[in-house]
Design a binder for this molecule. Structure first.
Ligand code: TEU
Length: 519
């Protein structure tokens, strides 16, 4: 690859800004916190950051409700702080990508205020999806679509019209057939590109087009989190979305070396490939690995399907184990020591696969989900699902850095925006840095090898015969990865051991472990 294609095999680190590091001492993570923790990211060895939204926001969805996409939320800092972070990250050899949230704005965005103050049929309303209701008095929503967060996807305004929101009512959907909407997205992209960012993560990248006439869809059972995105889900993955991606790509192409990764939830792989055509997204998360269970079939299918998805397009695969929307993989794999052992093995799987990889902040420490009491839950899903879904707070608890509770060096103050549990001393970055057998040491060693060893060269993968219950593959450069998700130890294959998630001194690979060999 060339320098302009740096993202093809990059390791990205997702900074969920509220939870990464608090520089200002208010219990909420911020840009100054990221700046202060750059040495951790350099020692870890990541190539690039994805920073989740830090734009002015009333925080109905923790920043994914953007009131002004071209400024900084005071809780997180200001533009000067962002510029300083960008310069320092670049000086340290780390690229910076930021979130774009094109599908919707906050209900406090100036456009939405203008829409509310303007009559039905006005140009201000045309930027959003305002419609008259059904029934004699228009008191029924314009269609039957559910919101992803629970309840109907429509809310009514005082003059009787309804507006569409696929997520919370505080996140009205924009209408991308309005030329001003698309032009504004381009302006936002140029604003950050001109400041020097290296790319974007595009939120709900499958959502920006809605079907003509907004027809009813097959009813989905109203059980809280309605993000099925299967065939027949008319809210997402409509053909017009690709026109938006072509416009986005044109802006990126005018800034060589920049990229976009899409958050694209679709029902099958062929549909994901459409987003990765040469004039659309450079990368799209392969969520198969994020949702796979700890079974040999589940993991193999995730890899096979993800590679098949990108077989006919210029994009490499893009692997994710955890993010801020889903249970952390330590917990998904069973939690406790077992979950941690499996997470160590999963890290070696993820980082051995060809393509790009995203590490979610805290993955490198083996953070689990946290069982939070009802009264501290903040995710809108909790309220909107009528308390049937606990939402995503469990995977968003602040990162423990050093020392002891209550806030383990995350903040100078005791009270963090979500409480941190007791007993996390051994989980802190400082404790793990001093322990060669820690998760952090494993990640550092893995990333160092990945960056320096020719064994990782080549974007393809050859499946090798493997012991019962195991997966094995070889990269063109000679890296062999053997993953053993089975309950039995298996013999090690030929080759020089580069790194192992567990003790392989006896010539066997234990259960729930993985090894890298040079063969
Ligand atoms: O998530 C979009 C998405 O498709 C959700 O359905 C996701 O599956 C859900 O959060 C449940 O796991 C993105 C962001 O990643 C998320 O944090 C935002 O809340 C959402 O968009 C709205 O902007």
């Amino acid at each position: 690859r060339t320098d302009a294609d740096w993202w093809r095999d990059a390791v990205f680190y997702q900074v969920y800004i509220r939870s990464f590091a608090d520089g200002s001492g208010d219990g909420v993570g911020d840009l100054a916190g990221i700046r202060a923790r750059l040495p951790h990211l350099v020692d870890l060895g990541v190539d690039a950051l994805w920073i989740t939204p830090f734009y002015p926001s009333p925080m109905a969805d923790h920043g994914y409700d953007v009131a002004d996409p071209r400024d900084v939320e005071p809780v997180f800092g200001d533009l000067a702080e962002f510029d300083a972070l960008l310069a320092e990250a670049h000086a340290a050899g780390i690229r910076v990508t930021v979130d774009l949230v094109p599908n919707h704005t906050s209900d406090r965005h100036a456009w939405f205020a203008e829409a509310l103050a303007s009559p039905p049929g006005s140009a201000a309303r045309a930027r959003y999806l305002f419609r008259d209701g059904r029934g004699p008095d228009g008191s029924q929503a314009p269609n039957n679509w559910p919101s992803v967060f629970g309840g109907p996807a429509w809310s009514r305004v005082p003059d009787g019209q309804w507006y569409l929101h696929l997520f919370a009512p505080e996140q009205p959907d924009l209408d991308f057939t309005d030329p001003e909407v698309l032009a504004d997205l381009e302006t936002t992209m140029r604003f950050w590109l001109d400041r020097g960012v290296d790319g974007f993560r595009i939120d709900v990248a499958h959502g920006m087009a809605k079907p003509e006439g907004l027809p009813d869809m097959q009813p989905m059972e109203d059980t809280g989190l309605l993000d099925d995105h299967g065939p027949g889900d008319l809210r997402f993955d409509q053909p017009g979305v690709h026109d938006v991606h072509r416009r986005v790509r044109a802006v990126l192409d005018a800034h060589p070396g920049t990229m976009a990764v899409g958050e694209v939830w679709v029902s099958d792989d062929d549909r994901l490939a459409d987003y990765l055509r040469p004039d659309e997204l450079q990368l799209a998360f392969n969520f198969k690995l994020l949702t796979a269970d700890w079974t040999v079939d589940g993991l193999r299918d995730a890899v096979v399907h993800s590679l098949a998805t990108v077989a006919g397009v210029p994009a490499p695969a893009c692997w994710v184990l955890s993010n801020h929307d889903r249970p952390r993989h330590v917990t998904r794999y069973g939690g406790g020591e077992l979950g941690t052992r499996r997470a160590r093995a999963a890290a070696l799987l993820q980082l051995a696969l060809p393509g790009a990889a995203y590490v979610y902040n805290g993955d490198e420490l083996g953070m689990p989900d946290v069982d939070l009491p009802d009264e501290v839950l903040q995710d809108p899903i909790w309220e909107r699902s009528g308390h049937t879904e606990r939402g995503r707070d469990a995977c968003r608890v602040p990162v423990p850095w050093s020392g002891t509770e209550p806030s383990y060096g995350f903040s100078s103050q005791r009270d963090t925006w979500l409480p941190m549990p007791g007993g996390w001393g051994p989980l802190t970055a400082r404790a793990q840095a001093a322990d060669p057998s820690s998760m952090l040491s494993l990640y550092r060693a893995a990333l160092a090898l990945r960056a320096s060893s020719p064994a990782f060269s080549g974007e393809s993968l050859e499946w090798l015969p493997a012991p019962e219950g195991c997966l094995a593959f070889r990269r063109p450069g000679g890296l062999v990865c053997l993953l053993n998700p089975s309950p039995e130890a298996v013999p090690l294959p030929e080759g020089r051991v580069l790194l192992a998630s567990d003790d392989v001194a006896g010539g066997t690979l234990p259960a729930d472990a993985a090894v890298w060999l040079q063969a």
